[in-house]
Design a protein around this ligand. Sequence first.
Ligand code: PGA
Length: 252
Amino acid sequence: MTWNALRPLIAGNWKMNGSRAMTRTLIGDLTARAAARPDLKAELLLCPPAPYLALAAELTRGGTIIIGAQDCHVVAAGAHTGDVSAEMLADCGVRHVILGHSERRAEHQESSAMVSAKAHAAIAAGLGAIICVGETLAERESGETLAVVEAQLEASVPAEAVADQLVVAYEPVWAIGTGRTPSPGDVQSVHAHLRKLLMAWFQDGGDIRLLYGGSVKASNAPQFLGLTEVNGALVGGASLKADEFWSIAVAA
Ligand code: PGA
């Protein structure tokens, strides 16, 4: 299989937003739309905050929408107050986990080595690991983008990963939640570089989905999702609105 045969993944990262009521409403709305469109090309993944994961998994059971978490611990169980393991997520019906998001790298000092250990734990638990990489504005302006994302990817991806357990999301830090986005050409060149690396490191590197994330919304989604090396989107703010998220899904 090659990139152009990959099923696009549209992932909604709710971040620290939502409630039980909002989880019910948004999932109910999206489930109804997905049921009416069995031909939808994209796979839909929703990543609510940890307290709503079990409810979200319950609400989507038997349907086509799948549920992801936003983080996991590096070990399966033990004395780690406040943490959640990949095993627990899998037990609750979660299928993927976002790892190394720039907000976690910045707010929780997560290193790429820690991201790799978390990805190892996620894969061992049977989850897909969505590994995020991306440069800061200063790094972009000094021409370091490709070197930065390459170093992050190399240190964040566990060597034993196989394509169907791994997704990579390119999210420029300066594009997250800002309304600013790179040009499609810039996204294409980063994704082409990431693809080249994955192909060199993994026998099935062509099967790993590469998502773009950072201020994706209904109006700009087609310009990114139409790029040959873009296999989906990681959507933050726009994933909290059913109309916006659905429009992005349909654009894939
Ligand atoms: P945004 O967030 O779409 O609100 O920019 C994307 C992300 O952080 O995954």
